[in-house]
Design a protein around this ligand. Structure first.
Ligand SMILES: *[C@@H]1O[C@H](CO)[C@@H](O)[C@H](O)[C@H]1NC(C)=O
Ligand SMILES: *[C@@H]1O[C@H](CO)[C@@H](O)[C@H](O)[C@H]1NC(C)=O
Ligand SMILES: *[C@@H]1O[C@H](CO)[C@@H](O)[C@H](O)[C@H]1NC(C)=O
Length: 570
């Protein structure tokens, strides 16, 4: 029973050429009631089935059931093999006792296209066909049938008012036997044009439960003067055919048993419509209603039944370094609705939305393709370590420049071991070590010609993720040989990084001094600035780089900044 997937029938089906190839596809339509248990008020026969909400407690006496010559099963047997079998409802003298209900509980959501009932008895004078899409919690009438709609239900007849939920069709007492009741869930005019995978069709065709309420038999239509034969069954049904299909949104052509095992299936060999889709088009889920884990580069869509377009899910480009991705609306919009996938849990020391760059502390090996699992390796300790974004390298002692290519001011003799400090208090020739006069020193450490970054908008401040944002007074600047230190008085902390900032004096470190021998952007002692920039990893030092924001503080700047920080960067 549990190994139904392995039966030859399924293997054979799966081996066939798929009709889903680049096209919308659908599983075959069959009778949803075949092989499933139908419940009626008159078949509450103990044996475990008494737990069903339809059955009153305690259940009907089992003896009466075991010898029932017309069990519910006879409604769903093959009408060609067993044309003369039917279900008969229990008899009763009052109208309430004569009411009955046939209920089909499905283990998951299905599409119901139409329902056909073939009566052995005369058709009911009043009945209702109802569906639930929430496993029986709430019900909705799909159609009600009455010989006289206004009397039974207070509704107009759809003969007079097309679209009314009530109809007098199929309610005539004639024929005495073999009368049909037919319900189409889509009316024939829209069935031709409506895309079966559209939200509208979905809301009209989906069911988890179906019930047919037999409300009034023909014997009660005429006043109960001729009530002699009312002891016999008021309703008898040859066939109940609930035509429908597994719900797959156009992304599957085969379905297999649903895992929801707590709903018993009478006989799996008899089931013609199973509930779990075998998804194609890179979709997933019991109903192919989401994208497969690595295929979330654009939003899931149902197939288009009108045009036949498959609308498959699109694979995320993770360069072979991730097994899953999620969809980001933001990435989607910023790419112009081309790609919204964000790779999750990048492996092999990769990082980024597409696992396309190396993790912090690792570097690309240009000789290997990006998809290689060895494309990112830990930086060897021999060469300089360089910041992956700024490109600034950490050099040997006395060495400077973004690529550690020359001696810092105050050092000389560039070589494998770095640079040696000058033997004089100020500056020496970087090649010979000969001490220089103060005039040359002045020229060497002259002001940089800086391209100052202007703060054009709040969004610009937000775009770059600054570790710290402060308002500070510059007190003094100091040459420390290998680096420069600027003393500031912090007046306001708008954001701090790993190291919590406090009001009062602090040091900031202009990196440009190390690489270029001057301070850039310019920090003038005595001025008050808005400062925003990065922390040095590890030490938490506040760095000032060419990417930092250094803007003289004005009340207007203050207002803009505090507003944007309060509202959060978006
Ligand atoms: C129902 O009960 C009868 C009598 O107790 C028993 O013989 C039969 O096996 C039971 N059927 C099921 C399906 O449990
Ligand atoms: C339904 O019953 C009402 C009240 O008895 C009557 O006026 C009406 O003509 C009936 N309609 C039909 C279609 O028989
Ligand atoms: C499906 O295809 C038809 C015909 O090409 C088109 O008019 C319709 O908009 C499509 N539906 C969706 C939801 O894109």
């Amino acid at each position: 029973m549990s190994n139904m997937l392995g039966t030859p029938r399924h293997l054979m089906l799966v081996a066939l050429v798929s009709s889903c190839l680049d096209r919308a596809c659908s599983p075959p339509i069959g009778n949803l009631a075949s092989g499933r248990t139908l419940f009626t008020l008159s078949n509450c026969c103990g044996n475990g089935t008494s737990q069903h909400p339809l059955c009153p407690q305690p259940s009907v006496s089992p003896q009466a059931c075991s010898q029932d010559p017309h069990p519910v099963l006879h409604m769903t047997d093959d009408p060609f093999l067993h044309p003369d079998t039917w279900w008969a409802s229990g008899g009763g003298r009052t109208m309430q006792e004569q009411q009955d209900e046939i209920r089909l509980d499905l283990e998951t959501k299905f599409y119901l296209t139409h329902l056909v009932l073939v009566f052995k008895s005369p058709r009911p004078a009043a009945m209702a066909i109802e569906r639930s899409v929430d496993f029986g919690k709430t019900w909705e009438a799909v159609k009600v049938f009455a010989y006289n709609c206004s009397v039974e239900f207070g509704l107009p007849d759809d003969f007079d008012q097309p679209g009314s939920p009530c109809t007098s069709r199929y309610t005539d007492a004639a024929p005495c036997t073999g009368g049909e009741v037919i319900l189409r869930t889509l009316n024939p005019s829209s069935a031709m044009t409506l895309d079966p995978y559209s939200p509208e069709a979905l809301s009209r065709l989906t069911i988890t439960n179906l019930r047919v309420r037999l409300l009034k038999s023909q014997t009660f239509r005429t006043p109960p003067s001729s009530s002699e034969n009312s002891a016999s069954a008021p309703y008898a049904i040859y066939t109940l055919l609930a035509r429908g299909t597994c719900l797959c949104h156009g992304h599957a052509e085969y379905c297999v048993p649903h895992n929801n095992g707590n709903k018993e299936i009478e006989d799996s060999n008899m089931v013609s419509v199973f509930g779990r889709c075998l998804c194609t088009h890179h979709t997933a889920g019991d109903h192919c209603d989401k994208c497969a884990p690595l295929y979330n580069d654009r939003p899931w869509r149902p197939a288009n039944g009108s045009s036949g377009e498959a609308n498959p899910c699109q694979k995320c480009e993770c360069h072979g370094h991730a097994a899953t991705c999620h969809f980001s609306q933001r990435a989607w919009l910023s790419s112009g609705r081309l790609s919204g996938g964000v790779c999750e849990d990048c492996q092999h020391n990769t990082a980024g939305r597409r696992c396309h760059r190396c993790r912090y502390g690792y570097h690309r090996r240009p000789s290997l393709p990006l998809s290689s699992p060895h494309t990112c390796t830990r930086k060897s300790h021999k060469g300089p370590w360089c910041h992956p974004r700024s490109g600034q390298c950490h050099c040997k002692s006395g060495v400077g420049g973004t690529s550690c290519s020359h001696c810092l001011p105050g050092y000389w003799g560039f070589g494998g071991e770095g640079c040696k400090p000058c033997a004089c208090p100020h500056q020496c020739d970087p090649f010979t070590g000969q001490c220089l006069h103060s005039i040359t020193l002045f020229l060497y450490t002259g002001k940089c010609s800086c391209k100052e970054k202007k703060l054009r908008s709040v969004s610009e401040l937000c775009k770059t993720k600054h570790d710290y944002v402060i308002k500070a007074n510059v007190l003094s600047a100091h040459d420390k040989g290998s680096h420069a230190e600027v003393h500031v008085k912090v007046r306001k902390v708008l954001r701090s990084g790993q190291v919590a900032l406090r009001l009062g004096t602090a040091n900031i470190y202009p990196l440009s001094w190390t690489s270029r021998g001057c301070t850039c952007p310019i920090l003038n002692p005595g001025m008050e600035y808005l400062l925003a920039g990065k922390e040095e990893p590890g030490t938490g030092r506040l760095l000032v780089t060419m990417q930092s924001i250094v803007v003289p503080w004005t009340p207007r700047v203050g207002l803009i900044i505090s507003n944007s920080l309060r509202n959060g960067c978006r």
